[in-house]
Ligand binder design. Structure first.
Ligand code: PXG
Length: 465
């Protein structure tokens, strides 16, 4: 077989991809007939495809390339670590320098007394750890019946059996026999889509109180934990009303159930602080981390655990672990990524310079005739597309049709923006500059114009009844 390189013609690469590669969350036959877009290199916030097109990546890959593409320091650290110690495990009473250094660094950065880390290679694995950890914690305390984990509809926590069960994505539950037992879902705090005539504050409180109702209904003695993303990411960048998180914290405290903050997207600067839990002033007992931990340069995730939970867990042997828990090369790269974020003041810039600039420009998109709301926190934002702004109406064409048109128009204008149904979401690299922000918003406006023109031409500016 000849070597497959960046210099092969696009059509040949697409044919091989279609023949042999099963893509995640993709109708593969449909994709194979069209051919995938092939990304060959990236620098800063810009991707280049196999046809030489440059595309501004307003999604930071999949919400993860926080420090931007092409940082040689991470490649150099990886090469050094691979030469020195490419792998050793952390089972059976052994450890190594990168995992020790990263654990200590994370304990320093994490809020409160989240001073302990159990490593995984992804957010999904870390959330599977959390299910077993929360249930084992209660069993160790003599309450093995405390097993139920409450999560939310339209939450996203991963794709493995456990983490997809925690997630509240109905399309995922429909495949493969999910959810697993003892996971219960409550409604999300999505005011724009579900708040009706209530004020955001009233609605936020009501949706938080759904947790208390669920605890009472299920029986306090059966509930182990509540898990949620500080801001829902894959669900459409849904920023909860200000009343939501204080009430959730009150309820978790009152019933003494573990609060698990899934910070896989919100962590490492995305919301303008190191962690979303700090932005919303919550005190999780367990925090899921991944993505921005290594800026996506290598796979790594983990569960950060409070002193109190760790003390209970330390008293038993937790029969759990992954071959790559604390992989030395991933740990070394993550550590270098954290050094860069810290030394370059990237989180502060998101909080006080580029973040506010992006937010101001982004909110102007609400003036577009197709946009019902334009919201952003830190550097994660979304637009609700609508045929009727005042009514916050959904399209008659069914969720996703218009969003997909808009996403395709973004691509054609050199912009990656993701569609979640008919919400458009962004989560750019945190190092995006003001001139790049101008380009992002100009291209988004252009794509909205093109989408609007198409909807009018095809008679699709109609609201669902
Ligand atoms: N928790 C959250 C909050 C996530 O966003 C995971 C856990 C799972 O992480 P891993 O590393 O196992 O993928 C995620 C992942 C999308 C998209 O299109 C979002 C994610 C992953 C893939 C696609 O929005 N989030």
């Amino acid at each position: 077989m000849t070597a497959i390189t960046n210099h092969m013609p696009t059509a040949e690469l697409q044919a091989l991809d279609g023949a042999h590669h099963m893509h995640p969350f993709t109708h593969n036959a449909e994709l194979a007939s069209k051919g995938a877009r092939i990304i060959t290199r990236a620098k800063g916030v810009t991707l280049t495809d196999s046809e030489g097109h440059e595309i501004l990546d307003a999604m930071a890959g999949l919400w993860c390339v926080n420090i931007g593409y092409g940082r040689d320091e991470l490649a150099d650290v990886a090469a050094r670590q691979m030469k020195e110690l490419p792998f050793y495990n952390t089972f059976f009473k052994t450890s190594h320098v990168p995992v020790i250094a990263l654990s200590a660094k994370l304990a320093e950065l994490a809020p409160g007394d989240l001073n302990h880390v159990f490593f995984a290679s992804s957010g999904s694995e870390a959330n599977d750890t959390n299910i077993r950890l929360a249930r084992t914690y209660w069993a160790e305390l003599g309450k093995p019946e405390k097993k139920v984990i409450i999560a939310r509809k339209n939450g996203y926590h991963g794709s493995s059996m456990g983490s997809a069960s925690l997630g509240g994505m109905s399309a995922m539950h429909a495949q493969g026999g999910l959810p697993i037992a003892d996971i219960h879902h409550i409604d999300q705090p999505y005011w724009y889509g579900e708040g009706g005539d209530k004020t955001p504050e009233e609605f936020g409180l009501e949706r938080a109180q759904a947790l208390e109702e669920a605890i009472i209904e299920l029986g306090e003695s059966r509930v182990a934990a509540f898990i949620a993303e500080p801001v829902q990411g894959a669900g459409g960048v849904i920023i909860p009303p200000s009343t939501y998180w204080p009430e959730i914290q009150r309820i978790c405290d009152k019933y003494e159930i573990l609060l698990i903050a899934d910070e896989v997207i919100c962590g490492f600067g995305r919301t303008g602080k190191w962690f979303g839990s700090q932005t919303f002033n919550i005190r999780p007992d367990i925090m899921t981390i991944a993505k921005g931990l290594s800026s996506g340069y290598l796979p790594i995730g983990g569960s950060m655990v409070s002193d109190a939970v760790a003390e209970v867990m330390d008293a038993c042997e937790f029969a759990h672990g992954y071959t790559y828990s604390g992989h030395p090369v991933s740990c070394a790269v993550a550590l270098e990524n954290l050094r860069i974020i810290q030394e370059e003041g990237i989180v502060d810039k998101v909080a006080s310079e580029t973040g506010p600039y992006l937010q101001q420009k982004w909110r102007m998109l609400a003036d577009h005739p197709l946009v019902g709301e334009a919201v952003m926190i830190g550097m994660m934002g979304s637009l609700a597309l609508t045929p009727d702004k005042a009514a916050r109406a959904a399209f008659a064409s069914g969720s996703g049709t218009v969003g997909n048109f808009c996403r395709d128009n973004c691509f054609d204008n050199g912009l990656v923006m993701r569609a979640v149904g008919d919400r458009m979401v962004i989560s750019p690299p945190l190092v995006i500059t003001n001139p790049e922000i101008d380009t992002l918003v100009e291209r988004a406006w252009q794509a909205l114009d093109q989408t609007h023109a198409r909807l009018k031409a095809e008679g699709l500016m109609r609201a669902a009844s």
